[in-house]
Design a protein around this ligand. Structure first.
Ligand SMILES: Cc1ncc(COP(=O)(O)O)c(C=O)c1O
Length: 366
């Protein structure tokens, strides 16, 4: 007799993981929007110190981390939730807010975990196409919000398209969203956005009790390996509900220690942003020189349109054969051939561009 799984097991999509984890030879890993910079020495030392406490359960309320985040962002610690990565908070929000009969609204293509929330809860997913500039169409999203909408997801800057919306547009959108619907603005990449002060959105929390700003230590802080993220919330009931649906001790001791230490090194964050943006400008210029269209990136990755006639799979294979891992656009929801490419170290980016030029071959004659 076959094992009988819950109905949702058939609905939940698998997360599209990048390959290459078991590979021995050095690869250029530009597929997961990771930081190419290793953890800071001070963060390593903090983790080293925390190793000695591993016979004890971690602080279940993450008090020191919430206190440091409260000091850093000016949000009371009672309105801050921690997660085992920000994905954990997303999934908890799905569990706390969604159920059959409820609706979830998000743009598409956007972060590949969002479809999981409706699939696992049985809520209806309402997806809204991006606009012509591959940004969220907030007016179209507003039109989809109904009495049944419990959760709206806005990814800014958007993964996979790298584009960002002006904060004023998000503020206007929030003013029109009815209070019964919770809005998560997923700001995993906000530090790389040069169009806006990354912390300007925090002011919106004072006006919107239904708002969650979702952030992570995985990207600019380069700590995706320990899994820690956080949510700054517009009201206390949100973190309470998020904690209620999760197992106790969801954020491990090493992650808490690493995050607390990372927060004390804002200068390093700024330095990493500067270096990433320098690579962003350089890579985009070189991609355009290859005749490719690149979206206006405000993140640590770019979104490259390959052109309707090109074979995305063949290009992915060619890059992989040359030791370069990037992400295929179609697997991330693109209707046309595309690549999502994380900015790595200068030499990694050059290796990617050389490999891509080889795989594409000479430009077609005009
Ligand atoms: C838009 C977005 N949100 C959230 C996450 C989750 O990050 P983590 O769970 O590592 O904090 C990612 C990771 O790639 C992302 O792209």
């Amino acid at each position: 007799m076959a094992i009988e799984f819950a109905e949702r097991i058939r609905r939940i999509p698998s997360y599209p993981v990048a390959g290459g984890y078991a590979q021995q030879e050095p690869l250029v890993r530009l597929a997961s929007n990771e930081s190419p910079y290793p953890p800071l020495q001070a963060v390593r030392e903090a983790v080293q110190r925390a190793l000695g406490t591993l016979n004890r359960y971690p602080d279940p309320s993450n008090s020191l981390l919430r206190q440091r985040l409260s000091e850093r962002y000016g949000v009371p610690d009672s309105r801050i939730a921690i997660g085992n990565g920000s994905c954990d908070i997303l999934l908890a929000a799905g569990e706390a807010l969604l159920e059959p009969g409820a609706e979830l609204v998000y743009a598409w293509p956007s972060f590949s975990v969002y479809p999981h929330l409706s699939a696992s809860s049985g809520a209806r997913a309402v997806t809204v196409a991006l606009d012509a500039h591959e940004r969220h169409d907030l007016q179209a999203m507003l039109r989809e919000i109904t009495v049944a909408t419990r959760l709206v997801l806005v990814c800014n800057p958007n993964n996979p398209t790298s584009t960002a919306l002006p904060l004023a547009d998000i503020a206007g959108f929030l003013a029109d969203v009815p209070r019964h619907a919770c809005v998560i603005v997923d700001e995993a990449y906000c530090e790389f956005n040069l169009l806006e002060d990354p912390d300007a959105s925090i002011e919106l929390l004072a006006h919107h009790p239904n708002l969650i700003l979702l952030r992570t230590f995985s990207k600019v802080h380069g700590l995706c390996g320990v899994r820690v993220g956080f949510a700054l919330c517009g009201s206390e009931e949100l973190p309470r509900a998020l904690d209620q649906v999760r197992q106790p001790f969801f954020c491990n001791a090493l992650a808490q220690a690493a995050a607390v230490e990372a927060l004390a090194h804002q200068d390093a964050v700024e330095d990493r942003v500067t270096r990433t943006v320098a690579e962003r400008i350089s890579v985009e210029e070189r991609l355009r020189a290859l005749g490719l269209h690149v979206a206006d990136s405000q993140a640590n990755f770019c979104w490259v349109a390959l052109g309707e006639d090109r074979d995305e799979e063949q290009i992915m294979r060619g890059l992989q054969e040359r030791g370069v891992l990037v992400r295929a656009g179609r697997a991330l929801g693109s209707a046309t051939p595309a690549l999502r490419v994380t900015y790595g170290l200068p030499e990694e980016n050059t290796r990617f561009l050389e490999a891509l030029a080889e795989v594409l071959g000479p430009a077609p004659a005009r």
